[in-house]
Write a new protein. Sequence first.
Length: 127
Amino acid sequence: MKKIIYIFTVFLMVISCSGVSHKGGGPSATGFPNSGKASWYGGKFNGNSTASGEIFSEKALTAAHPSLPFGSIVEVTNNENNKKIKVRINDRGPFTKGRIIDLSKEAFSRIADTNKGVIDVSIKVIK
């Protein structure tokens, strides 16, 4: 019986130390890359609900990230021209392999030409 209790206790300790947090609508960003590819979205998504429940506006300074809590403020730097923009995370994505963040069309346009579609960026959590 003591062996079963010991195994169960160890199991609970492992689960509790997994590093996953469900605050703010998603898991922690620990270990998530802070540099990679960014894209933009707008058009057909304009006016639809985001994962946070907000209505998406391509003119807002917002972004989609796979795990940062909704409401997080992130500084995104275009690695080619060093232009920066601060955005608020209000959606989940990107859903294309190799991309680390999806910016609203307005946010993307402030740091790059939207005709590029995809750029190399660095991201830093501000708040």
